[in-house]
Design a protein around this ligand. Structure first.
Ligand code: AMP
Length: 211
């Protein structure tokens, strides 16, 4: 199996596809959004992170990579998939350095391609499980019991950045930064573009098996 990095617009399906890869192939899923959300909200850092996340802007590189480095150090020997990092070319460079430093490498970068209207609907309908990270949607993937996670029974939450206003900021940030990031990985020969609406799971499965 290949080590993966996902690049996709907000609500582009990174979380859902990541959960499938964890279930089907035993990947270790590393989401910087989750790592940041998991910082204790009663600490100064946790409060600062939540404010930035609620605004739709990016958290500083130092905080993100400190959390990421700790997580990456724990996964030696497993295949990993990175979701939500990198968000800028600067982060792509830092990521290459960090992975080399700890003896890991990235094999494939998957871009999920999803049109704006579908993204907005996914984001504004999304319900997330804060415990097991399962993802539902009030329009097209409802849990069996309303508001309760099918997997672990936790109460589902609407993320504080999944509203239309914040979604637009997140989407604009993505558009501004994505093109040079995609070029960066294209130049490294690692980029693969996949339709994020139809047959996504099947196409990803085909791409991640070692040649
Ligand atoms: P996500 O869960 O990937 O949609 O990320 C939610 C929010 O967490 C983003 O809008 C940012 O505020 C923050 N975030 C997640 N990953 C990063 C990152 N790699 N760099 C900076 N901020 C991030």
């Amino acid at each position: 199996m290949k080590n993966i990095l996902f690049i996709a617009p907000p609500a582009g399906g990174k979380g859902t596809q990541s959960n499938l890869l964890v279930e089907n192939y035993g990947y270790v899923h590393i989401s910087t959004g989750d790592l940041l959300r998991d910082v204790d909200e009663t600490t100064l850092l946790g409060k600062k992170i939540r404010e930035i996340q609620a605004s739709g802007h990016l958290v500083d590189d130092e905080t993100v990579f400190e959390l990421l480095k700790e997580k990456l150090k724990t996964i030696k020997g497993h295949h990993f998939l990175l979701d939500g990092c990198v968000r800028t070319v600067k982060q792509a460079n830092i990521m290459e350095e960090l992975l080399t430093e700890i003896g890991l490498s990235l094999d494939i970068v998957i871009e999920l391609d999803v049109p704006y209207d579908a993204l907005l609907k996914r984001a504004t309908g999304r319900l997330s499980c804060p415990r097991c990270k399962a993802i539902y949607n009030k329009f097209f993937k409802q849990p069996f019991n309303e508001g309760i996670c099918d997997n672990c029974g936790e109460a589902l939450v609407l993320r504080n950045d999944d509203n239309e206003e914040t979604f637009k900021v997140r989407y604009d940030t993505y558009l501004k930064n994505a093109t040079p990031i995609l070029e960066f990985y294209e130049n490294l020969g690692k980029l693969v573009k996949i339709d994020g609406i139809n047959d996504t799971e099947k196409m990803i499965s085909e791409k991640i098996k070692n040649d």
